[in-house]
Design a protein. Structure first.
Length: 57
């Protein structure tokens, strides 16, 4: 397996992608939407952390 293929299988990569993508989406929303978006971003990131194994057994 290639380097990038292995990285995309790691939960931390997906959490990072969600957090970075979310930070760029916060620019053009109302304050109320911003709060809801931040909660959604953290919920998705936390959900990945809970559902996906760390790879250490």
């Amino acid at each position: 397996m290639g380097y990038w293929s292995k990285r995309f299988r790691e939960p931390s990569t997906w959490r990072g992608i969600i957090l970075v993508a979310g930070s760029f989406g916060i620019i053009t929303v109302t304050p109320e939407q911003k709060d809801a978006l931040i909660m959604l971003i953290f919920a998705l990131s936390g959900g990945i952390g809970v559902a996906a194994p760390d790879g250490r057994e």
